[in-house]
Design a protein around this ligand. Sequence first.
Ligand code: NDP
Length: 397
Amino acid sequence: MSKVLIVGAGGVGSVVAHKCAQVSDVFSQIVLASRTVSKCDAIAGEIEKRFNKKITTAKLDADNVQETVELIKSVNPDLVLNVALPYQDLALMEACLATGVDYLDTANYEPPDLAKFEYKWQWEYEKRFREKNLMALLGSGFDPGVTNVFCAWAQKHHFDEIHQLDIIDCNAGDHGQAFATNFNPEINIREITQPGRYWEQGEWVETDPLSWSMNYDFPEGIGPRKCYLMYHEELESLVLHLKGLKRARFWMTFSDQYLNHLKVLENIGMTRIDPIDFQGEKIIPLQFLKAVLPEPSSLGPLTKGRTCIGCVMKGIKDNKDKTLYIYNICSHEEAFKEVGSQAISYTTGVPAMIGAMLMLQKKWHLPGVWNMEQFDPDPFMDALNLHGLPWKVVELS
Ligand code: NDP
């Protein structure tokens, strides 16, 4: 019986709140707080309609540590579950330290004025969390999150050493919009327009943005899709924690239509993150662009098709070569039927709920700041099968 304070009422926040409400023996009380409280209230209304369960809502500017400290003191939660934006990570970690509450998020900190996402800022909190006997779990979404757990599970049960890792994220769904992003447009576009980066023989190798691609034949009828090499944050921790790793890469599928729009937006300066003068005010073009694009949470009823996210791992077991593919397929329509959201929010929100559940049940609970692959993957893998993200493992020749 625990109380959770969820921060952020976007696409992912809605799924987390719904999924926590489904597991009421663990999450007996749920408080949903965000900048725009009407979004929290709308989600609370949906949850009451769907599951006949009441959750509480609150208004919060999570950039303001003092305001967050006051809310945490009045709510008195066992855990703060951060599904706001990466910009809020450090402020929320500070508030957790000040009030003695455990912390979980799904994306690593990114300074608003620098499109650079790294764990270094959050890893610096390790000593302070350990000394206060508190836990912070970083990156409990799908990628990062489940992908890290897939690797830990493969390392534990199937390999002596994993030598090559390819994380492949395919969204084979279609929302019918000319251009829209499946999660927060600002964070999404900042990530995709960065140079690619992969890890080889102990070093990072940089590539021009979206300049490398491959075709991958996805299972269960999804078929071949073009995937582009990108840098993704789980690579930073996995290269430290997987034994014998020689190469690690991350790939994501994009349609030609999506890339053509992105190229035009970049060319005309709409993806810039530096302030410009507009009618006597400073505005950031990417934030303006976000304001005119569809909200990810509005894509739920429109999106059809499936996602397929997984890890291909090559390595050795008992001196023999082995290649394994572990993946999940998630249907946009089924996710919408269950919780009113498309599969990108669903595949992030379910693992956030599972990470929180394992922390509250003390199955994953150690003082300090942790990445997902540092814990026993078995209870997480079991929970994925039970809570809507079943996975498959196949040996490839
Ligand atoms: P949305 O933009 O839909 O939602 C973000 C929410 O955070 C909004 O409700 C927003 O409020 C709120 N928020 C923003 N700033 C503040 C603030 N200062 N104080 C309080 N609330 C604030 O994003 P998503 O739901 O799509 O994504 C949520 C998080 O999940 C992001 O960090 C994203 O990077 C991460 N993510 C992780 C994935 C993974 O697999 N690991 C995959 C997809 C997303 P308002 O409504 O007022 O704007």
